[in-house]
Design a protein around this ligand. Structure first.
Ligand SMILES: Nc1nc2c(ncn2[C@@H]2O[C@H](COP(=O)(O)OP(=O)(O)OP(=O)(O)O)[C@@H](O)[C@H]2O)c(=O)[nH]1
Ligand SMILES: [Mg+2]
Length: 255
């Protein structure tokens, strides 16, 4: 059986996580029939095939101000333990925001108490949604990226850590645009994101989630040393370059 790439969305409330999942699936699966009452909130899980890859997305519930973060995260962990592995944290941020939700740091702390810095960062893609020319999204993205970098630096020393591949930053808009070119460009951006996920899997594997525990990193792994593998897939590198050039996609690295 071929590998299923498992993706978990994370990010502030209303950042566009579910719409992004729909966009990746090219189907309205994650927001369909969503009643406005909060009682039915919970992770949604679906599988699809895209670019020859089997992908499964676990669409997280938002993190909120009312102290339920840990409970929400515990629900997700139980799912992940059951699933055995995770390939990608999809951190979704709305570029319309000019700063982070106040709880972002606490939220990242919960994640980094559970996953090691390299498990998290080597399997992380940051996606800014709602990117358009109606407002200065580029400026917001600069600011938000800097803030996120700061948050993470405070929690882990990312600068000098040889076990870390710095995450890439993608910009998209999931709303159908009259200009078909934009829709194509953003779908192509997702293609690059998925190719990079596949590449990272070759380089450093997946996260084993069999033994994860809330607040359990130290117990699980005393020290981590990643042996990065070479990726020999030149075709993929060519494909990535082609897409980036064709659609004029700009991808930042988190540095
Ligand atoms: N224009 C535009 N609107 C977006 C985009 N992404 C999300 N939205 C809108 O933002 C709102 C929230 O999107 P959701 O996908 O439900 O956000 P979410 O992160 O899943 O929210 P929670 O599950 O409640 O945390 C919706 O009204 C979307 O239509 C985008 O890329 N462009
Ligand atoms: Mg949602």
């Amino acid at each position: 059986m071929s590998k299923v790439y498992r993706i978990l969305t994370i990010g502030p409330i209303d950042s566009g996580k579910s719409e992004l999942c729909n966009f990746i699936f090219r189907e309205n699966k994650f927001t369909q029939n969503e009643p406005s009452c909060s009682c039915s909130k919970g992770p949604k899980i679906f599988q699809t095939k895209r670019n020859e890859l089997n992908i499964e997305i676990i669409d997280f519930v938002e993190y909120v101000d009312d102290g339920t973060d840990e409970d929400n995260f515990k629900t997700i962990l139980d799912i992940l333990i059951d699933k055995n592995s995770l390939d990608l944290f999809l951190f979704v941020i709305n570029s319309y925001n000019m700063r982070f939700h106040t709880d972002t740091k606490n939220y990242l702390k919960i994640i980094l108490n559970t996953f090691t810095p390299s498990e998290f960062l080597n399997h992380l893609a940051i996606v800014f949604t709602d990117c358009n020319w109606l407002y200065d999204s580029e400026k917001n993205i600069d600011i938000l990226t800097m803030q996120l970098h700061q948050f993470l630096e405070e929690i882990v020393d990312i600068k000098n850590n040889p076990n870390i591949i710095l995450p890439k930053i993608y910009e998209i808009d999931t709303k159908k645009n009259e200009n078909e070119k934009y829709n194509e460009k953003y779908q192509a951006t997702i293609d690059v994101l998925l190719l990079n996920m596949e590449k990272n899997f070759e380089i450093c594997g997946e996260i084993s989630t069999k033994n994860i525990k809330l607040d359990g990193v130290k117990e699980r792994l005393e020290k981590e040393e990643i042996k990065f593998k070479q990726t020999n897939n030149e075709n993929r590198e060519i494909k990535i370059k082609e897409i980036i050039n064709k659609y004029n996609i700009y991808i930042r690295t988190f540095s």
